[in-house]
Design a protein. Structure first.
Lengths: 198, 980
């Protein structure tokens, strides 16, 4: 079975924010909820790089591990989804998530933050595929239509790749070999230092 | 844990089968919008979200279960790359957007603006019905009343002050058909004061480039940059201004391992991806380029054969370049000699090389000279007229190229025919309106201010007032304005008011106008900025996406966009608004003689056919609506790099995508378009060409015709002049004309048939016969390194009017004061006064402006789009950490940015960053709605205020105009910054 992943090629990302507005457009995500965002490091300095961030659909998702009501589930395509019917808006997942993916519609010192919202990998939620109920709570279900997440499909420079992890890894590898300079995969240097030369 | 089933059918249609009951009641777009309340702003929505439901508050554009889905394609309106937008429409409502995989230009992708474009149409901040300002209150009126009152007022002003007292400001958001119609409208009204955004973006490019080799447009294409081995960006931040271009640029960089050099005063997002970044001082482009050429000439790296065969006057350039030693270049630009030598060597040796430029180069008092210098660098190194080379000029709006081509310009009728008698007679023939009738529509100009009077005919042939000076023509004493009277009325279609420099003076002028008409989807700065109390009309106009018609991308490809949905609310498209006004003014029947009008709606296809019938000069004659629609339908067949369809295709075989102009002859001869201009490696019937012989045959004893260079398969194997019937006869080729073609030529020529040229031959016969013989009817000339008709025939460095280096002004002063475009240009006096007063001490920081990826142009439309507005909520100024420390300014705090004129000031947030060098401040130009610290939100008609407002940078920009085009100077002026 495919394991769906995102990969952002930081040597291609130009911080154009198409992924962000494509997501808003597709799911009609309201102001203040950011399922996806672009982060720029070393802004304005040599070595400036941008990467597009959303839920990374972890294999062993920390959000699921801390959720007191067990609202998370992983689909057969390895997409991490959740049920808004079960969610109690406690915010534990926000603290657990290393990527800042969970978003909440309410702010305040007391009480619920509202039902958590996050990137669904354009795969909807537990309701029937492409149903009205699913659309209202989670947005469109492109995966069920045989399409990939719109953020990646619309990425201006094809920096953001989405699809089966093995396939996008292969695409990325070929790209790096062809252009002949360092890996733009975010975190590569942290993980491997300079010991792996491409 | 829940495990979700994953066996959905691959079609969005499934949604239709579910909840059919929901759709039992037919919902059309208007009731849909009405029901949703229209008032749900992004900000307001935050508090209103219900538990669980993310989008309950946002129902406007939700998919409608059970409704069939129609796919419609249009073109994104936000820059000139020309991305196809694929819309899913249900029940007349735009409910979804899919990637446009088939387009060879964007291949499915978009930037933030393109990906958010659906909201532009749904936008709840749009104008909904016509409004009139009465005693400082906005009143709703009907279209009939609006057109009647506007028309009556215009006729009254015309009688009292002349036709030239009404100014026609058009738009780069028009379709080609809209732009053409607007220019035609001004001709019927009787004025040449008709302009659009190209004045302030690439007017200098058009003038400079056309004066070098014939046509003032991008020579190659975005896709062709994939072939380049060296790309030099000067004053272009493609990553923010043309993000989809970056797809091609970065692919070229990766696949060819191409050099990507970015020369810019600011370390842009584009520079972040460059292989070499050159930081230089704003306004010193010419020394920068001459500095490169100095190394090229010193080392003999120039392309000697190319220069000998195809370039005139390079020796004169050599003399000027000799002055620019590495030491002098470093003194003026700040760039070390060794770095420029490296870049020069890439340009000359790692070929093909291209120079890419944008408004960083063009928006200067020396804009025309700047782009001339770039062209000369390309000519010297033989980098024009083949793939991977060329002047890749990235233009700004969807159709700024087309609107320029179609004559929204004070110096020409459509398609660069100019304003001469011959030009007027050509268009009078196409329009089938009597030439004398046009003459009588124009004003007689009395002698004043020591200048002689002008007859109607002379006035008809005199360039109008540029959009950069309209307010001066309102404010200045009448004897200073070289026409019958001052400007009294502004008719503004699709044009922001905050994109032109010196806003405090524009504001004064807005208050003086007798009539101000804003025809736009949004009220714009024109409606909100001034203290006008009466006499402003707002007409709700359809967005570009609600309008049929063709758009010309920067690479000269025409793309047909279809109306995605009917115009929302009471909006009408540009064509209908113009028709209604023409009808009121009494010349609709003449103006629409050959254009079908359904009710009050002119048919876009018919307008294009009329353009085809008259568009010989620029090759707008072959792109019939049928051919363009076939291209949109067969987008997937065009090659990504060459843009060509396979020859054997039945519908688009052999065509280049969008039939990039020039596409010669009648549509029936199926010229494929010209993807690369002046390309001699290709037969003219396959899109090849030569440099245009438009500057004469010889000068100072030197030939201006090409020597030993000609296009592939040409029967003439040397340079030749442009073709007339006489030349055709001399070669004996006139026998190839059909009797019909000959009859048309004889009718046009009257008693001087030999003088009928290729550009005014309405039969297309001369073009057809020339193509058959493999020759280019516009001649085979040399490009001009020396353009003797320009103020500076060889570009010379001139310091900005407000320069941070007054010590250089004595050696490099701006041009002497002069009169241009009916107005005085006193740049020299202003510069001298600034130096004498020591303005640079009081205002020590260079101020430059530019684009953000989220917004476009004046920004009213994009700042009203909540998906975009969320990403940029504050106007800001970028300031270097050292300059900020000197002033005690912290990142994110409010500051005052003070301008050098009018005691103008703006209150904005500080963004402390090394992106700008020490001594440089940079501000985006998309904001308005705040003026010198005051919030103008309540000036907008209720519900039409953009989500985000901010100070406009042009409140503090200053005087300075290019002598050739009247271009403003927002890229190099001075300011001071203080903590607020």
């Amino acid at each position: 079975m495919a394991r769906m992943k995102f990969l952002c090629d930081a040597d291609r990302c130009i911080e154009c924010n198409a992924c962000v507005t494509a997501c808003k457009n597709e799911h009609d995500v309201p102001w203040g909820i950011n399922r996806r965002r672009v982060v720029t490091l070393n802004d304005g300095k040599p070595g400036e790089r941008s990467i597009s961030m959303a839920c990374m659909h972890c294999t062993d998702a920390p959000c699921a591990a801390v959720c007191p009501v067990n609202c998370f589930y992983t689909t057969a395509d390895a997409v991490v989804l959740h049920s808004k019917d079960l969610c109690i808006g406690c915010g534990y997942c926000f603290y657990a998530c290393p990527f800042g993916a969970p978003q909440y519609p309410r702010v305040g010192n007391f009480g619920s933050r509202g039902k958590m919202d996050k990137c669904t990998y354009c795969a909807g939620g537990p309701e029937a595929d492409m149903s009205e109920a699913e659309y209202v709570k989670y947005g469109r279900n492109r995966l069920a239509e045989g399409k990939l997440p719109l953020c990646a499909e619309m990425c201006s420079t094809k920096a953001l790749l989405a699809g089966d992890g093995d396939i996008i890894a292969q695409i990325y590898k070929e790209r790096v070999v062809k252009r002949g300079y360092g890996s733009g995969a975010w975190g590569w240097k942290t993980a491997y230092r300079e010991t792996v030369a491409i | 844990m829940l495990i979700k089933r994953k066996s959905g059918e691959a079609s969005r249609g499934k949604l239709q089968t579910l909840a059919v009951a929901m759709a039992s009641e037919a919902v059309d777009r208007r009731t849909f919008l009405r029901r949703s309340g229209l008032a749900v702003g992004g900000l307001a929505a935050v508090g209103a979200i219900q538990l669980g439901a993310v989008k309950k508050a946002q129902a406007v554009s939700a998919p409608v279960p059970g409704a069939p889905v129609t796919i419609r394609k249009n073109i994104c309106t936000h820059c000139s790359v020309g991305c196809t937008v694929t819309a899913e429409v249900q029940n007349g409502v735009w409910t979804g957007q899919e990637p446009s995989w088939a387009s060879p230009i964007n291949r499915g992708t978009h930037c933030a603006k393109g990906a958010a474009i659906r909201e532009i149409v749904h936008g709840d901040r749009r104008l909904k019905y016509p409004l009139k300002l009465v005693n400082n209150q906005w009143q709703r009126i009907s279209w009939d009343q609006a057109i009647n009152e506007i028309g009556d007022k215009m006729m009254e002003l015309r009688a009292k002050h002349g036709a030239d007292s009404v100014y026609w400001l058009g738009s780069a958001k028009f379709t080609n058909e809209g732009a053409y119609l607007f220019r035609k409208f001004a001709a019927y009204w009787g004025t040449n004061s008709v302009d659009h955004q190209a004045r302030i973006c690439h007017s200098t490019t058009v003038a400079g480039v056309a004066n070098t080799w014939g046509y003032g447009a991008q020579t190659n294409s975005y896709n062709d940059i994939r072939n380049a081995k060296t790309m030099i960006f000067i004053g272009s931040n493609a990553a923010e201004a043309h993000p989809i271009a970056m797809q091609h640029i970065l692919s070229g960089k990766e696949i060819n391992r191409a050099n990507m050099v970015v020369c810019d005063p600011r370390f842009t997002r584009t520079a972040a991806h460059a292989t070499e970044y050159v930081r230089f001082r704003s306004g010193t482009d010419i020394p920068l380029v001459w500095g490169m050429l100095w190394h090229i000439f010193q080392n003999g790296w120039e392309d000697k054969d190319f220069i000998k065969q195809r370039v005139y006057g390079m020796e004169d350039v050599r003399k000027e370049v000799e002055k620019w030693t590495p030491e002098e270049v470093e003194r003026v630009t700040g760039v070390p000699g060794a770095q420029l030598k490296r870049v020069a060597e890439m340009l000359a040796k790692e070929k093909p090389a291209t120079i890419i430029w944008c408004m960083g180069a063009t928006q200067h008092t020396v804009g025309t000279a700047n782009v001339r210098a770039f062209c000369i660098a390309l000519l010297a190194t033989g980098n024009v007229g083949s793939s991977g080379t060329g002047a890749n000029i990235f233009r700004g709006h969807t159709n700024v190229q087309g609107a320029t081509d179609l004559g929204l310009d004070v110096t020409t009728l459509p398609l660069y025919y100019g304003l001469t008698e011959a030009a007027w007679k050509h268009w009078a023939r196409v329009w089938e309106t009597d030439y004398e009738w046009f003459v009588n529509q124009f004003d007689e100009v009395p002698a004043k201010g020591g200048r002689p009077a002008r007859t109607k005919k002379q006035n008809m042939e005199a360039p109008g007032i540029t959009s950069t000076r309209w307010f001066d023509a309102v404010n200045m004493p009448a004897d200073q304005v070289d026409q019958r009277d001052n400007i009294r009325a502004m008719i503004v279609f699709g044009h922001g008011g905050n994109t032109v420099t010196r806003i405090p003076e524009a504001k004064k002028a807005m208050e003086k106008l007798d009539l101000l008409v804003v025809a736009d989807p949004h009220p714009t700065t024109f409606a909100a900025l001034s203290d006008r109390r009466d006499g402003t009309y707002l007409l709700p106009i359809a967005t570009s996406l609600e309008c049929d018609g063709s758009r010309t991308a920067s690479n000269r490809s025409l793309q047909w966009g279809e109306k995605i949905v009917e115009p929302a609310f009471e909006s009408k498209d540009d064509y209908e608004a113009m028709y209604l006004l023409a009808r009121k003014l009494g010349y609709a029947d003449m103006m629409f003689k050959n254009i079908k009008v359904n009710g009050t709606k002119p048919v876009a296809e018919d307008i294009l056919r009329e353009i085809n019938r008259g568009g010989w000069s620029t090759g707008y004659c072959g792109q019939s609506p049928e051919r363009l629609k076939a291209h949109m339908k067969n987008q997937h067949k065009f090659d990504l790099v060459t843009l060509r369809a396979p020859k054997d295709d039945p519908e688009v075989g052999g065509d280049y995508y969008g039939l990039p102009w020039p596409c010669w002859g009648k549509p029936e001869i199926r010229h494929p378009g010209s993807p690369i201009l002046y390309n001699t490696n290709v037969h003219v019937k396959e899109g090849g060409g030569t440099f245009r012989a438009r500057f004469g045959l010889e000068r100072n004893g030197q030939t201006l015709l090409a020597e030993g260079s000609y296009s592939k398969g040409s029967e003439l194997t040397d340079g030749y002049p442009e073709f007339t019937m006489g030349v055709l006869k001399k070669l004996g080729w006139d026998k190839d004309l059909t009797p019909e073609e000959r009859a048309v030529i004889e009718r046009i020529g009257g008693n001087n048939v030999d003088a009928v040229s290729w550009a005014i031959d309405l039969s297309g016969g001369i073009q057809r016969v020339c193509l058959e013989h493999g020759v280019m009817h516009y001649g085979n000339g040399k490009a001009r390194a020396n353009a003797w008709n320009l103020p500076d025939p060889i570009p010379v460095h001139r310091e900005p009017i407000y320069t941070p280096r007054p010590d250089l002004v004595a050696k490099y002063p701006t041009r002497p004061d002069a009169r241009e475009f009916r107005m005085p240009n006193v740049g020299f006096t202003v510069q001298k006064t600034a130096v004498d007063k020591g303005i640079a001490k009081e205002f020590p920081l260079i101020l430059s402006s530019g684009r953000l990826v989220e917004y476009e142009g004046g920004g009213e439309e994009t700042r009203s789009n909540k998906w975009l507005a969320e990403l940029q909520q504050d106007m800001f100024v970028e300031i270097n950490p050292a300059d900020a420390a000197d002033r005690g300014i912290k990142d994110g705090q409010w500051v005052w940015v003070l301008g050098a004129e009018n005691n103008a000031r703006t209150r904005v947030k500080a963004l402390v960053t090394e992106r700008v060098g020490r001594g440089v401040a940079w501000m985006p130009f998309h904001f308005s709605g705040f003026y010198q610290g005051a919030d103008l939100r309540n000036r907008y008609p209720q519900g039409t205020d953009p989500v985000v407002l901010g100070e406009s940078v042009n409140t503090i920009t200053t005087y300075g105009f290019d002598p050739v085009t009247g271009m403003q100077e927002p890229k190099a002026t001075l300011c001071q910054i203080r903590a607020a």
